[in-house]
Design a binder for this molecule. Structure first.
Ligand code: ASP
Length: 417
C-alpha cells in the first residue's frame, strides 16, 4: 500500500485534476490511498463564509455562490457528458450547508468553523472520484470523518489512534484506489472536526501509519523541500534527503513545507515520506527517512513575521530567577501566547511570541503590576539551521536591527526589526 496526497495547488483547476489522473495512470501504484485537499483556495473561501455567518449574512450567500461557481467551472471542463449523479451529490452537500446556517445560531466559532470548512474537501473528493472513475481508474470514495476519530478540540483536533487505525483498515480497499479527504475528521459526537490548516499532509501520514504503508508521497507545486522559502530567500537549494528528526526540527521552527504533526506517525513506523513535484513526477524530490541528516549539507533559513518581543526585568533589579520566570510563564500560558523563543540573563528575561488570540494588551498590563516591561511589536524571527558565517551575513545584513541573538550548536536565532 502506498499513500499519495494532493494539496490545493495541485487541484486548483480542471487541468490540474487531469494531471492528477495522468500521474495515477503513469505511476500505476496499486493498492493506493489518495488523499485530497479542497481545490485551490477554497478553504479560505469557506473561512470567509464562516466569518460572514457571524458578521454579514448577505456576504455569506455571495461567498457560497462563488464557491459553487468555481467548482461548476471545473466540472464543465472535466467532463464531456453531463454528470447528473455528481451534480446531485454536490447539491445535497450545498443543501446541508444551507440547513446548518438556517438552524439555530451557534456562537462557538471553532465548532461552526469545522462544521462548514470541511465541505471544501467533501466537494473536491466527490469531483475527483467521479473524474477518476470516468477515465477508467476504479476508485472507491470514503469519508475521512468516518475513518479518523478525534476529540472535540475543534480546528486542531487530536487523533484517537486506536479507533482510527481500526476504522481506516476497515474502510480502505486493499486492492484498488481509495480516495479520501485530507484535513477533516470526526469526533465521537458525530460532529466534523479538522486537524489544523494545511492538515492534509498529516492526514496522509495518519493513513500511512494505520495501513503500514510502503511510502507516503506528498505531491506539491514545488520541487521538494527547499532550504528556504524562495519568496523570501533566493537562491534556494533542493534538499535531496533529510532525516525525520531534522524535518521535525524544521517544521517546528516554522518551515512551511510540512505540517508540523506530520512526521511523527511515519517516523514511528519508519515509513519513507517523499515530497515531490506534481509537475515533474519523475524527479526524485525530497526523501524524509532514516538516512542522512541533511543532504546536501546546506544552511536552512526560516522567517517568522509579526511576532512580539518582551524584555522583562524586576522592578528593583533583583535577579530574574525561578519564581519570577515561572510567574511570567504562567501569564503567557493564561493569555494563550505561542512562545517561539526565550532567553534569560541575570536581571532580564526576554520572550518572543505570536499574539495569536490578540491578548497582548491584557498580558502587558498584568505583567506591569510586578515587572518592568519593554515591548517590541512586529518583530521578525529568523532561524538558521546548520549555520555558517555566510548564512548569518545573508540574514543579518540589509540594515536590520538585531534585538536578540541566540546560538546553539546547530541553530541560531535572530529577533530583528
Ligand atoms: N484545505 C486545507 C487548507 O487549505 C488543508 C490542506 O490543504 O492541507 O488548509
Amino acid at each position: 500500500m502506498k499513500v499519495y496526497k494532493f494539496g490545493g495547488a495541485s487541484l486548483k483547476d480542471a487541468e490540474a485534476v487531469v494531471g492528477l489522473g495522468n500521474l495515477l495512470r503513469s505511476k500505476n501504484d496499486r493498492p493506493l490511498v489518495v488523499i485530497v485537499s479542497a481545490m485551490g483556495k477554497i478553504t479560505n473561501a469557506f473561512e470567509e463564509t464562516v466569518h460572514s455567518y457571524f458578521k454579514n449574512h448577505k456576504q455569506r450567500s455571495k461567498n457560497l455562490e462563488r464557491i459553487k461557481q468555481y467548482h461548476h467551472t471545473i466540472i464543465d471542463q472535466l467532463f464531456d457528458t453531463p454528470q447528473r449523479k455528481l451534480i446531485s451529490n454536490l447539491d445535497a452537500l450545498y443543501v446541508e450547508i444551507e440547513q446548518f446556517f438556517q438552524n439555530e445560531f451557534h456562537d462557538d466559532h471553532a465548532y461552526v468553523y469545522d462544521q462548514i470548512v470541511v465541505y471544501g474537501e467533501l466537494i473536491s473528493s466527490q469531483i475527483i472520484s467521479y473524474y477518476l472513475n470516468y477515465i477508467g481508474l476504479d476508485t472507491k470514495l470514503i469519508d475521512s470523518r468516518n475513518c479518523i476519530k478525534t476529540d472535540s478540540y475543534y480546528r486542531d483536533a487530536n487523533v484517537d489512534w486506536t479507533k482510527t487505525v481500526d476504522l481506516i483498515n476497515h474502510h480502505v480497499d486493499p486492492h484498488q484506489i481509495t480516495l479520501a479527504q485530507g484535513f477533516i475528521a470526526g469526533d465521537l459526537k458525530g460532529n466534523s472536526t479538522t486537524l489544523g490548516r494545511e492538515g492534509s499532509d498529516y492526514t496522509a501520514a495518519i493513513y500511512g501509519y494505520a495501513l503500514d504503508a510502503k511510502s507516503v508521497t506528498v505531491w506539491k507545486d514545488v520541487r521538494g523541500i527547499l532550504n528556504a522559502n524562495p519568496q523570501i530567500f533566493e537562491p534556494t537549494v533542493l534538499i535531496n534527503e533529510i532525516s525525520y528528526r531534522e524535518a521535525i526540527e524544521l517544521a517546528y521552527y516554522g518551515a512551511s513545507v510540512i505540517h508540523p504533526k506530520t512526521i511523527q506517525p511515519v517516523q514511528r513506523k519508519k515509513i519513507p515520506f517523499y515530497v515531490k513535484s506534481f509537475k515533474y513526477p519523475s524527479k526524485a524530490g525530497t526523501k524524509i527517512g532514516l538516512g542522512h541528516k541533511i543532504q546536501p549539507k546546506v544552511s536552512c533559513f526560516i522567517k517568522k513575521e509579526k511576532l512580539v518581543l518582551l524584555k522583562i526585568s524586576t522592578l528593583d533589579f533583583s535577579f530574574m530567577i525561578e519564581k519570577n520566570i515561572s510567574e511570567v510563564f504562567g501569564l503567557l500560558y493564561q493569555y494563550q501566547m505561542k512562545v517561539e523563543l526565550t532567553q534569560n540573563s541575570a536581571i532580564s528575561f526576554s520572550v518572543c511570541f505570536y499574539n495569536k488570540y490578540q491578548r497582548l494588551v491584557e498580558l502587558i498590563s498584568t505583567l506591569k503590576q510586578n515587572f518592568k516591561v519593554i515591548v517590541y511589536r512586529n518583530v521578525t524571527l529568523y532561524t538558521i539551521r546548520h549555520f555558517n558565517q555566510e548564512a548569518i551575513d545573508r540574514v543579518t545584513s540589509n540594515g536590520k536591527k538585531i534585538l536578540l541573538e541566540q546560538r546553539g550548536q546547530e541553530t541560531v536565532h535572530y529577533v530583528c526589526v
